[in-house]
Design a protein around this ligand. Structure first.
Ligand code: ADP
Ligand code: ASP
Ligand code: MG
Length: 470
């Protein structure tokens, strides 16, 4: 399909009936000009509420479950009434929403009865947020004469069975997505697809990780050979830092795929970490735009920027991380083998290593992972090293939770002597102690682990030192 545009609207861009109307206007504009596919997140806070409901259910808190169900129902009912003036259209959509919420409440009641939340049921349940929002916006556009229709990505995006953080199987997804969407697109219809979810080959519901709608949109853009992907959010684009932490952060006009991927991977919430992977090999450009400020052009994410590599571009931080240290107690143990076995354990736990450093003759080494992945990692490490730990050849595994990761990203940092020194000095001026440092030989990112309470100061200091702000 030539000139296909994929547009993704995040939770805030779908947050109220007013926001949905604005998003719909953008969809209609695009659709009038070129073939368009829309991907939507749940209304803001809905995924959190769905997850909280399941936690209440697991804990046996029936009242909490009922209160959340009522709140979810009211939120979508009010929105539906706001969007659809025509009573018949409103009733049809409302009964669809009722059915979807009923499915969720059945799962929640099942969890309440069992007292546990199987990951598979969680994935099935939390995709409900996107199913509700996609039906709302599609119905609103239909009420305005646009041939929009909601699609559950469960029928399009095929994934592996890693519930909660699934990865797409691109060939199978391509086949399904092309088969299902091409005829509709050829008839000038406008599909509105749920972000965040998919299903395994044998049809079990999965999700792509929190914030995963960006990833859904990029998967679909890739398999449909889109000519562009626009990601609509609540900031003017990708900025030199999170504007909530650094008030003078500035919007970047252009950024490379590699830079954007590093930023996302190191905690810039504006993009899901895996968003760019499916687009890179096809060179599909991405725009990050603000649905609250249509006059801002946004950030263009491209293979190469027009200006070329120009030093550090942005600073990010992440605090939901854990630093795990392995420390051989005996010099007889091969440090290299301990490292190799640890990495195997990490892979088996499906954990991602955010930073890894080693020094000292004893080859003690540490790595940083997401806190959510910690229990599975510790379980695997303890199983892998049960003999060494029992006999004291390996000191007890040390876990430090009071840490955060700061990362400075930029293709042009390569071969700039003195930059690291300036960054470390800026951090030390804030009296923040550096716990670990990681820089790959590509010199694209410098990762620095500091105490949590120093991270915000450190981010601002590095941002200022690198002259990144307005
Ligand atoms: P959406 O709901 O549209 O997916 P998110 O909340 O996931 O939006 O991401 C947008 C948020 O990302 C912004 O409100 C901003 O606070 C945060 N953010 C973090 N780092 C950056 C950055 N470098 N540039 C822009 N926004 C950032
Ligand atoms: N609704 C999902 C979440 O909150 C996915 C997304 O918004 O991208 O994580
Ligand atoms: Mg997001």
């Amino acid at each position: 399909m030539k000139n296909l545009l994929v547009m993704k609207f995040g939770g805030t861009s779908m947050g109220t009936a007013e926001r949905i109307k604005s998003a719909a206007a953008l969809c209609e504009d695009a659709h009038a000009q070129r073939p368009t596919v829309v991907v939507v997140s749940a209304m803001s806070k809905v995924t959190d509420m769905l997850l909280e409901t399941l936690r209440h259910a697991e804990g046996g808190d029936e009242r909490g479950v009922d209160a959340n169900l009522a709140a979810l129902d009211a939120k979508h009912r009010d929105c539906c009434a706001d969007l659809l003036q025509d009573l018949a259209a409103r009733n049809t959509t409302q009964s669809l929403l009722d059915d979807i919420l009923l499915e969720f409440s059945r799962i929640a009641r099942g969890v309440l009865m069992l007292g546990e939340r199987p990951p598979r049921s969680v994935d099935e349940a939390i995709a409900v947020g996107e199913r509700l929002s996609s039906n709302l916006i599609a119905a609103y556009m239909r009420s305005r004469g646009v041939e929009a229709f909601a699609v559950n990505a469960r029928d399009l995006v095929v994934t592996d069975a890693v519930f909660g953080n699934a990865s797409p199987l691109m060939d199978q997804t391509r086949e399904k997505a092309v088969n299902q969407l091409k005829p509709a697109l050829e008839q000038r219809k406008l599909p509105v697809i749920t972000g965040f979810n998919g299903a395994t080959m044998d049809g079990r519901a999965t999700t792509l990780g929190r914030g995963g709608s960006d990833f859904s949109a990029s998967i679909l853009a890739s398999v449909l050979d889109a000519s562009e992907l626009w990601i609509w959010s609540d900031v003017d684009g990708i900025m030199s830092a999170d504007p909530r932490l650094v008030p003078n952060a500035k919007v970047l006009d252009e950024i490379t795929y590699r830079e954007a991927a590093e930023l996302a991977y190191n905690g810039a919430k504006v993009l899901h970490p895996r968003t760019l992977v499916p687009l890179m090999e096809k060179d599909i450009p991405v725009w990050s735009k603000n649905s609250f400020n249509l006059t801002a052009p946004g950030t263009r994410i491209v293979p190469e920027t027009r200006e070329g590599p120009i030093g550090p571009r942005a600073v990010t931080s992440m605090t939901n991380v854990a630093l795990v240290t392995l420390d051989p107690a005996s010099a007889l143990l091969s440090g290299t083998k301990i490292m190799a076995r640890s990495l195997e354990a990490l892979a088996a736990a499906n954990a991602e290593v955010l930073a890894l450093t080693s020094s000292s003759y004893r080859q003690n080494f540490c790595f940083l992972i997401r806190t959510a992945e910690l229990p599975a990692v510790i379980e695997r490490l303890e199983a892998t090293f049960s003999i060494e730990l029992t006999h004291g050849y390996l000191n007890p595994i040390d876990v430090e939770l009071d840490v955060g990761l700061l990362a400075i990203v930029g293709e042009g940092m390569k071969g700039h002597p003195g930059l690291a020194g300036r960054i470390f000095t800026a951090i030390s001026r804030e009296m923040v102690n550096i716990i670990a440092i990681a820089q790959g030989s590509s010199e694209l990112t410098i990762g620095i682990v500091v105490r949590k309470d120093g991270i915000e100061k450190a981010v601002r200091a590095v941002h200022a030192e690198c002259g990144l702000g307005n």
